[in-house]
Design a protein around this ligand. Structure first.
Ligand code: IMP
Length: 193
Protein backbone atom coordinates (compact mmCIF):
# COMPACT_ATOMS: atom_id res chain seq x y z
CA UNK A 1 0.00 0.00 0.00
CA UNK A 2 1.25 3.49 -0.90
CA UNK A 3 0.30 6.59 1.03
CA UNK A 4 1.50 10.21 1.03
CA UNK A 5 2.61 11.87 4.23
CA UNK A 6 1.90 15.54 3.44
CA UNK A 7 5.15 17.07 4.62
CA UNK A 8 8.39 18.38 3.12
CA UNK A 9 10.16 17.66 6.41
CA UNK A 10 12.52 14.69 5.87
CA UNK A 11 12.99 14.19 9.63
CA UNK A 12 9.27 13.58 10.03
CA UNK A 13 9.31 11.16 7.09
CA UNK A 14 12.16 9.20 8.72
CA UNK A 15 10.34 9.11 12.07
CA UNK A 16 7.14 7.82 10.45
CA UNK A 17 8.95 5.17 8.37
CA UNK A 18 10.49 3.80 11.57
CA UNK A 19 7.09 3.50 13.23
CA UNK A 20 4.92 2.13 10.44
CA UNK A 21 5.02 -1.39 9.00
CA UNK A 22 7.26 -2.06 6.00
CA UNK A 23 4.14 -3.04 4.00
CA UNK A 24 3.22 0.62 3.87
CA UNK A 25 5.23 2.69 1.40
CA UNK A 26 5.41 6.29 2.56
CA UNK A 27 5.74 8.99 -0.09
CA UNK A 28 6.66 12.58 0.79
CA UNK A 29 5.30 15.66 -0.99
CA UNK A 30 8.59 15.82 -2.93
CA UNK A 31 8.04 12.25 -4.14
CA UNK A 32 4.74 13.26 -5.80
CA UNK A 33 6.23 16.50 -7.18
CA UNK A 34 4.16 18.69 -4.91
CA UNK A 35 6.70 21.44 -4.35
CA UNK A 36 4.36 24.26 -3.37
CA UNK A 37 3.73 25.31 0.23
CA UNK A 38 0.23 24.39 1.38
CA UNK A 39 -1.23 27.39 3.20
CA UNK A 40 -2.14 26.46 6.75
CA UNK A 41 -4.92 29.01 7.23
CA UNK A 42 -7.04 27.07 9.74
CA UNK A 43 -7.99 28.29 13.21
CA UNK A 44 -7.09 25.00 14.88
CA UNK A 45 -4.60 22.17 14.59
CA UNK A 46 -7.38 19.87 13.39
CA UNK A 47 -8.41 22.29 10.63
CA UNK A 48 -4.82 22.67 9.43
CA UNK A 49 -4.29 18.93 9.30
CA UNK A 50 -7.45 18.53 7.18
CA UNK A 51 -6.48 21.44 4.89
CA UNK A 52 -3.23 19.64 4.01
CA UNK A 53 -4.80 16.18 3.53
CA UNK A 54 -7.74 17.51 1.50
CA UNK A 55 -5.36 19.51 -0.70
CA UNK A 56 -3.24 16.49 -1.56
CA UNK A 57 -6.24 14.23 -2.16
CA UNK A 58 -8.05 16.79 -4.32
CA UNK A 59 -5.10 18.08 -6.33
CA UNK A 60 -2.96 14.92 -6.61
CA UNK A 61 -5.47 12.11 -6.03
CA UNK A 62 -3.40 10.26 -3.44
CA UNK A 63 -4.57 8.76 -0.16
CA UNK A 64 -2.65 10.67 2.46
CA UNK A 65 -2.20 11.82 6.02
CA UNK A 66 -1.04 15.13 7.50
CA UNK A 67 -0.04 16.28 10.94
CA UNK A 68 -0.18 19.53 12.82
CA UNK A 69 1.27 20.15 16.27
CA UNK A 70 1.11 22.92 18.83
CA UNK A 71 2.06 23.77 22.39
CA UNK A 72 -0.98 24.75 24.48
CA UNK A 73 -0.28 26.66 27.69
CA UNK A 74 -3.12 26.93 30.23
CA UNK A 75 -2.30 30.35 31.63
CA UNK A 76 -1.93 31.78 28.09
CA UNK A 77 -5.46 30.65 27.17
CA UNK A 78 -4.16 27.73 25.09
CA UNK A 79 -1.57 29.76 23.16
CA UNK A 80 0.68 29.47 21.21
CA UNK A 81 -1.46 26.52 19.96
CA UNK A 82 -2.09 26.72 16.25
CA UNK A 83 0.35 29.69 16.13
CA UNK A 84 3.25 27.69 17.61
CA UNK A 85 5.56 27.96 14.59
CA UNK A 86 4.99 31.71 14.12
CA UNK A 87 4.31 32.88 17.67
CA UNK A 88 6.81 35.75 17.63
CA UNK A 89 5.78 37.04 14.19
CA UNK A 90 6.59 36.36 10.55
CA UNK A 91 10.34 36.19 11.21
CA UNK A 92 9.89 33.71 14.08
CA UNK A 93 12.70 31.40 15.12
CA UNK A 94 12.63 28.76 17.86
CA UNK A 95 14.77 31.10 19.98
CA UNK A 96 12.44 34.11 19.56
CA UNK A 97 9.35 31.96 20.21
CA UNK A 98 10.81 30.60 23.46
CA UNK A 99 11.93 34.08 24.57
CA UNK A 100 8.36 35.32 24.07
CA UNK A 101 6.80 32.40 25.97
CA UNK A 102 9.23 32.84 28.89
CA UNK A 103 8.48 36.58 29.01
CA UNK A 104 4.68 36.05 28.96
CA UNK A 105 5.02 33.33 31.62
CA UNK A 106 7.37 35.28 33.90
CA UNK A 107 4.87 35.92 36.70
CA UNK A 108 2.54 33.01 36.08
CA UNK A 109 2.25 30.41 38.82
CA UNK A 110 0.16 27.99 36.74
CA UNK A 111 2.83 26.39 34.49
CA UNK A 112 0.58 23.61 33.05
CA UNK A 113 0.91 22.97 29.33
CA UNK A 114 0.49 20.25 26.76
CA UNK A 115 1.77 19.37 23.31
CA UNK A 116 -0.96 18.20 20.98
CA UNK A 117 -0.52 16.48 17.60
CA UNK A 118 -3.44 15.95 15.23
CA UNK A 119 -3.18 13.57 12.28
CA UNK A 120 -5.81 13.70 9.53
CA UNK A 121 -5.99 10.58 7.35
CA UNK A 122 -7.84 10.09 4.07
CA UNK A 123 -7.85 6.50 2.87
CA UNK A 124 -10.23 4.76 0.43
CA UNK A 125 -12.79 7.56 0.90
CA UNK A 126 -12.68 7.21 4.70
CA UNK A 127 -11.58 10.09 6.90
CA UNK A 128 -10.02 9.45 10.31
CA UNK A 129 -8.52 11.77 12.91
CA UNK A 130 -5.89 10.72 15.46
CA UNK A 131 -4.66 12.81 18.38
CA UNK A 132 -1.69 12.56 20.71
CA UNK A 133 -1.33 14.66 23.85
CA UNK A 134 1.47 14.89 26.38
CA UNK A 135 0.90 16.99 29.49
CA UNK A 136 3.65 18.77 31.39
CA UNK A 137 5.02 22.03 32.77
CA UNK A 138 6.76 25.08 31.33
CA UNK A 139 9.98 25.79 33.25
CA UNK A 140 11.54 29.22 33.87
CA UNK A 141 14.65 28.84 31.72
CA UNK A 142 15.92 26.58 28.95
CA UNK A 143 17.42 23.19 29.81
CA UNK A 144 18.96 20.76 27.29
CA UNK A 145 20.35 21.00 23.78
CA UNK A 146 18.49 18.28 21.82
CA UNK A 147 15.27 18.53 19.86
CA UNK A 148 13.68 21.64 18.43
CA UNK A 149 10.82 24.09 18.91
CA UNK A 150 9.81 24.42 22.55
CA UNK A 151 11.52 21.21 23.72
CA UNK A 152 13.96 22.95 26.07
CA UNK A 153 11.26 24.59 28.24
CA UNK A 154 8.86 21.62 28.56
CA UNK A 155 9.06 18.86 31.20
CA UNK A 156 6.52 16.03 30.77
CA UNK A 157 4.56 15.25 33.95
CA UNK A 158 6.15 12.56 36.10
CA UNK A 159 9.63 13.19 34.67
CA UNK A 160 12.50 15.41 35.74
CA UNK A 161 14.02 16.39 32.41
CA UNK A 162 12.93 18.45 29.44
CA UNK A 163 12.34 16.96 25.99
CA UNK A 164 15.61 18.67 25.00
CA UNK A 165 17.50 16.58 27.58
CA UNK A 166 16.25 13.32 26.01
CA UNK A 167 17.54 11.55 22.92
CA UNK A 168 15.08 11.14 20.05
CA UNK A 169 14.07 7.54 20.77
CA UNK A 170 13.41 8.40 24.43
CA UNK A 171 11.28 11.39 23.40
CA UNK A 172 9.36 9.50 20.69
CA UNK A 173 8.23 6.84 23.16
CA UNK A 174 6.26 9.38 25.20
CA UNK A 175 5.72 12.32 22.87
CA UNK A 176 2.51 13.73 21.44
CA UNK A 177 3.65 12.85 17.89
CA UNK A 178 4.72 9.37 19.00
CA UNK A 179 1.29 8.74 20.57
CA UNK A 180 -0.63 10.01 17.51
CA UNK A 181 1.56 7.98 15.14
CA UNK A 182 1.06 4.86 17.25
CA UNK A 183 -2.72 5.31 16.88
CA UNK A 184 -2.29 5.69 13.11
CA UNK A 185 -0.11 2.59 13.00
CA UNK A 186 -2.70 0.58 15.01
CA UNK A 187 -5.42 1.75 12.61
CA UNK A 188 -3.45 0.49 9.60
CA UNK A 189 -2.75 -2.77 11.38
CA UNK A 190 -6.36 -3.36 12.47
CA UNK A 191 -7.65 -2.49 8.98
CA UNK A 192 -5.21 -4.99 7.44
CA UNK A 193 -3.32 -2.40 5.42
P1 IMP B 1 4.47 21.26 13.12
O1 IMP B 1 2.98 21.29 12.96
O2 IMP B 1 4.97 19.88 13.43
O3 IMP B 1 5.18 21.90 11.99
O4 IMP B 1 4.81 22.11 14.43
C1 IMP B 1 4.50 23.49 14.55
C2 IMP B 1 5.40 24.10 15.60
O5 IMP B 1 5.14 23.51 16.89
C3 IMP B 1 6.90 23.89 15.37
O6 IMP B 1 7.42 24.90 14.56
C4 IMP B 1 7.46 23.95 16.78
O7 IMP B 1 7.64 25.28 17.19
C5 IMP B 1 6.35 23.34 17.61
N1 IMP B 1 6.58 21.90 17.81
C6 IMP B 1 6.03 20.89 17.08
N2 IMP B 1 6.44 19.70 17.55
C7 IMP B 1 7.27 19.97 18.58
C8 IMP B 1 8.02 19.13 19.46
O8 IMP B 1 8.02 17.89 19.39
N3 IMP B 1 8.75 19.77 20.39
C9 IMP B 1 8.79 21.11 20.51
N4 IMP B 1 8.12 21.93 19.72
C10 IMP B 1 7.36 21.37 18.75
Amino acid sequence: MKIVFATHNQNKIKEVKLLLSNNIKILSLNDINCNELINETGNSLVENAWIKSNYVKTKYGYDCFSDDTGLEIESLGGEPGVKSARYSGIYSTDKKNIDLVLKLMKNKTNRNAQFRTCIALIINDNKELFEGIVKGKIIHQRKGKNGFGYDSIFIPNGLKKTFAEMDLSEKNKISHRGIALKKLSNYFHNSNY
